[in-house]
Design a protein around this ligand. Structure first.
Ligand SMILES: [Zn+2]
Length: 291
């Protein structure tokens, strides 16, 4: 017998078989579900911020102490790299976080170069950067692409002013070119899409061209390792850039040197063979176009 039997006469016969406690159970389950739903989905910015921490630097020019957003070591998973060695990570473009900018005086450099300068270079920076710099800080949870690009340009301006070696300037240009490629991959389809795409494509080309020229000069004038890269890595990089800028003779020479070298490791050789295929394809195409 059901507790609610006899209600049929009142028009509530459909409730006769209703169970006494089921509703409460359902409600509890519902509440649980609601709680789960209420937990807000993390935004892209929040997800990116989880990879970061504030690394403390002391400015060698003005002595002020400040924090710079830095990617936690080992936190981001590397997905691979482009043929010209640009690294790609899951969930974050680490290239956005390789610059150090003093918010007080404007002295800026790539993180690996920040501490080091000669006294003459310090004077150049004081005169060429700090005297005109308007204090600015980057206070968001992450650096936007626009901010990251601005920081790279500040780093390059500092390198020019302090008369940095060609390798350092080339490395800044290379990373800026890579950053611009990231910007292109993440462009929003809004009204400024076409204009931005044209601008960033042109800028990527200009920065990589400058990186190529700078590393070619550095290779014949500076010792290895260079910017943390050994000779084989620099040669591989130059070969990749040479193909991009149709400098087939240089590319061909570097590629055959790498492949026939006794000291280059097998992984670099394997990647170089892929470049060789790319070079042969490009040369065939350009021959066709010239016919
Ligand atoms: Zn400073």
């Amino acid at each position: 017998m059901s507790l609610l039997s006899g209600l049929e006469a009142l028009g509530l016969g459909n409730l006769e078989s209703a169970k006494l406690y089921e509703e409460e159970k359902d409600e509890a389950a519902l509440k649980k579900e609601v709680v789960v739903e209420e937990e807000p989905e993390k935004s892209e910015t929040e997800k990116e911020a989880e990879f970061l921490f504030g690394k403390t630097y002391t400015c060698p020019i003005c002595d002020s102490t400040f924090k710079t957003k830095t990617v936690r070591a080992g936190k981001a998973k590397m997905l691979g790299s482009d043929p010209d060695l640009r690294p790609r990570y899951e969930g974050i473009d680490v290239l956005k976080y390789d610059t150090v900018v003093c918010p007080g005086c404007g002295y800026s450099a790539l993180s690996r170069y920040y501490k080091f300068m000669t006294s003459v270079q310090a004077r150049f920076i004081k005169e060429g950067i700090c005297m005109n710099y308007r204090p600015h800080s980057y206070d968001g949870d992450i650096y936007t692409y626009d901010e990251a690009l601005e920081r790279y340009k500040l780093v390059l301006a500092n390198a020019v002013v302090k008369r940095a070696k060609p390798s350092e300037k080339a490395y800044i240009c290379l990373k800026t070119g890579w950053l611009l490629r990231g910007m292109l991959e993440n462009l929003e389809m809004d009204r400024s899409y076409v204009k931005k795409k044209l601008t960033y494509t042109r800028e990527e080309e200009e920065f990589l061209r400058s990186a190529y020229d700078g590393f070619l000069t550095a290779r014949s004038t500076e010792p290895f390792p260079m910017c943390g890269m050994d000779e084989a890595t620099i040669d591989y990089l130059l070969a990749a850039l040479a193909i991009r800028f149709n400098d087939y003779e240089v590319a061909g020479r570097l590629i055959s040197e790498l492949i026939s070298s006794k000291t280059v490791n097998s992984r670099t050789k394997e990647k170089t063979r892929l470049l060789k295929e790319e070079l042969e394809k490009e040369m065939k195409q350009s021959k066709k176009q010239n016919q």
